[in-house]
Write a protein that binds this ligand. Structure first.
Ligand code: TXA
Ligand code: MG
Length: 310
């Protein structure tokens, strides 16, 4: 397919397609995104159908500046500016109340909107060239591992999108941290490279996790789906002696094992699938267990289909 090295002329071509309402795949520092201009509701609708994404799962709007974020929300608490100053551009999505001028489909009907300014130069250049924020989920088919290189995006979306911009491998490899600032207290909706502790240090207050009470309103619809899953059965093992199979990932690999890291996890899942591995085992040592972003992805990927996950 048409994965294209993201030089200036291809970024220009991508911006043209986007302005005409054609979704385009582009690199970010976390994972590849499938973008459409936030204010073109029809183009945003195409994202949902291309991915097979449930219609109740909202998208993140990608901006190229703090000013641009203010076109999406007019109810912005001081904590937003503190965090944006410290962590933008970077892997942090902040959920604010949504302006009524922003099409509802971006937020899947929620009164809020998640916004992030990516640090990847190609992503920033593209948003600036389009002249509008881009709504962009990860560029995978819904439920599959997020793509961390252009070829992995092509594996899922070849023939379904007009252009895939190739900016090489993503440096972080897992999706952004998502923090809600839309309620009376900040809530960590998705752990990522920027940790809860780092956010607490800037805000000088504790950050809560979403309620695990199933009767409580669901704050982040994306959290209820099985995610990031390889086709292989994924088994998390907390004791080396309980390893059974031959396809093992660990932080300090022994002979025959593969290195476990956030940066390569999703690519490794896809590689295992291409090889037809039936079983992947992950040795979760105590250090891995302390890595909230990694454990979150591992737990979600190993959940049984249909398992409700908060
Ligand atoms: O790193 C990332 O964030 C990547 C790159 C492309 O930027 N994007 C990404 O998007 O991971 P996606 O759609 O795969 O995940 C977005 C997550 C979902 O769990 C969704 O439910 C949550 O953010 N989310 C989006 N808007 C929200 C909102 N208004 N309120 C609560 N959660 C929201
Ligand atoms: Mg995703």
């Amino acid at each position: 397919m048409k994965t294209e090295i993201a030089d200036a002329s291809k970024i220009f071509a991508a911006a043209e397609l986007l302005r005409r309402g054609e979704p385009v795949v582009f690199p970010t520092e976390t994972v590849y995104g499938l973008g459409a201009p936030v204010f073109l509701a029809q183009a945003v609708a195409k994202i949902f159908s291309i991915k097979g994404r449930p219609s109740d799962n909202p998208l993140i709007a990608h901006v190229s500046s703090v000013e641009e974020a203010l076109t999406l929300s007019d109810d912005v608490p001081p904590s937003f500016f503190l965090l944006a100053n410290r962590f933008w551009p970077g892997p942090l999505a902040l959920v604010l109340k949504r302006r009524s001028s922003v099409p509802e489909i971006v937020s899947a009907g929620q009164p809020t909107i998640a916004i992030r300014m990516p640090s990847h130069p190609i992503a920033l250049e593209l948003i600036r060239a389009v002249g509008s924020p881009l709504a962009a989920p990860s560029a995978n088919l819904s439920g599959r591992p997020s793509p961390t290189c252009a070829q992995d995006a092509a594996e899922d979306l070849d023939g379904k999108v007009a252009l895939i911009l190739d900016g090489g491998a993503c440096s972080i490899g897992v999706e952004s941290t998502v923090l809600s600032l839309a309620g009376s207290e900040p809530i960590l909706l998705r752990p990522g490279q920027i940790t809860r502790e780092e956010l607490e240090e800037v805000l000088k207050r504790k950050i809560s996790l979403p309620s695990s009470d199933l009767r409580a309103p669901l704050l982040s619809p994306g959290m209820k789906y099985r995610h990031y899953a390889p086709k292989a059965r994924l088994r998390l093992v907390y004791n080396r002696s309980e390893l059974q199979g031959s396809y093992v990932f660990s932080r300090n690999p022994m002979k025959g094992e593969t290195l476990l890291s956030k940066q390569t996890l999703f690519a490794e899942f896809r590689r295992a699938d291409r090889k037809g591995e039936p079983l992947i085992e992950i040795y979760c040592d105590p250090m891995i267990e302390k890595d909230a972003a990694l454990m979150n992805r591992l737990l979600k990927a190993s959940a049984s289909p249909g398992e409700y996950f908060v």
